[in-house]
Design a protein around this ligand. Sequence first.
Ligand code: FAD
Length: 432
Amino acid sequence: MSATTHDTPADAPRARVTAPGEAHAPRDTHDEGAEVARIVHALRAIVDSDEARAAERTVLAHGFRAALPALQALRERVRAEGAFAPHLPREMGGAGLPLVAFARVSEVLGRVPFGHWLANCQAPDIGNMELLHTHASPALQARWLAPLARGELRSCFAMTEPEHAGANPVWLSTRAVRDGDDYVLDGHKWFTTAADGAAFTVVMAVTDPDAAPHARASMLLVPMDAPGVQLVRNIRVMGEPGDDWASHAELRFTGVRVPVTSRIGDEGAGFALAQARLGPGRVHHCMRWIGICERAFDLMCERAVTRELAPGEPLGRKEAIQHMVARSRAEIDAARLLVLDAAARLERDGAAGARDAIASIKFHVAGVLQAVLDRAIQVHGAYGLTDATPLAFWWAHERGARIYDGPDEVHLSSLGRSLLKRAASRHGVPWR
Ligand SMILES: Cc1cc2nc3c(=O)[nH]c(=O)nc-3n(C[C@H](O)[C@H](O)[C@H](O)COP(=O)(O)OP(=O)(O)OC[C@H]3O[C@@H](n4cnc5c(N)ncnc54)[C@H](O)[C@@H]3O)c2cc1C
């Protein structure tokens, strides 16, 4: 068949996709208060345990894979608390938390670099679970989603290409050409998080280059051991290649053949599915960042009261340090309220109604994260640059927060445009 064979006409309306966050349990099925408080309390005890601190030291010194035995043991403790896969419905083995409740759980998990992995709600698997849960065929769900939800395998998401600006997600070169009952896939991706050791990837590929820009691509589930899939390398990020789940890979797809039944959702629906995935995904990221901020804040305060400039004179006596602590406290608390409000809007009003709120949290909380980490490192002095605390790790690996899932500038422009459009309407002036 030709490269332009497709099921969806070029001028077809954008595919309807399930509302974001639908993989989370509906609000009215869950007694949020007591159960969420219990889960948060139990998880806090696990992520702040001596065992978790020891595992953290191993991750920082030797990488993620070296810590896996210790992490598996911690994972079993999370499972025993009924907090495994907290975002998934109970019938799938999850804790059935709605998005706002999950946000609170996500914060506490953020206190250690592997917290979300312990609860099997780590990116990019959580996004893939939500995607497969809402849009994959029953056969794909049985083969891939069920073991993913049980934590038996991992996955990744391959969309960004080194040759094109990732900030423009409709510009892709990766092609999936229909050939009988198969697609044949050729392309080049990078920054595919957690590809190292993943069992499958979801690939965003152009299935109809002649369609309207937002209807050109589809999502295909591709086993990582399919012939023609090559993990070229784990990309060094700030000097560190990472490994296993904690890595970002360059991938090549050369003549990779997958059945048409590997497609997730309709042909041409890739962009719409990616957008739907991003709403709750940004809430997940932001609450994880707030968890990181809280841990950084704790470390900053501990250092401020224990490090002495002279005998009997701790750092924290200096006004400059007090200002850093105070500013951080206010910024973290404000950021949390903003994110919980955005999550509530997303649940209540859907993606369209929550668009401005989601744009706000993405750039705002990423900025707070960077500022708080920077202050925490500053208060630690040279010690803050070492692996004695997770601050340096986060400083390096979370710099990307202002880039992935839409760079700051994209969200700022989107929010600014939306606010001005409303202002123009209020003042009766034309706006385009
Ligand atoms: C840690 C990390 C993990 C990632 N994981 C994944 C993954 O698992 N799967 C995947 O597919 N991708 C992943 N990515 C890639 C990520 O999605 C892209 O980096 C992101 O979309 C930005 O694309 P880009 O890097 O090509 O930057 P570009 O699109 O080239 O943009 C470069 C810069 O230009 C500016 N800019 C861009 N657009 C605008 C605009 N409209 N207005 C003004 N300024 C603008 C911004 O400052 C931006 O940082 C990851 C990236 C990072 C850093």
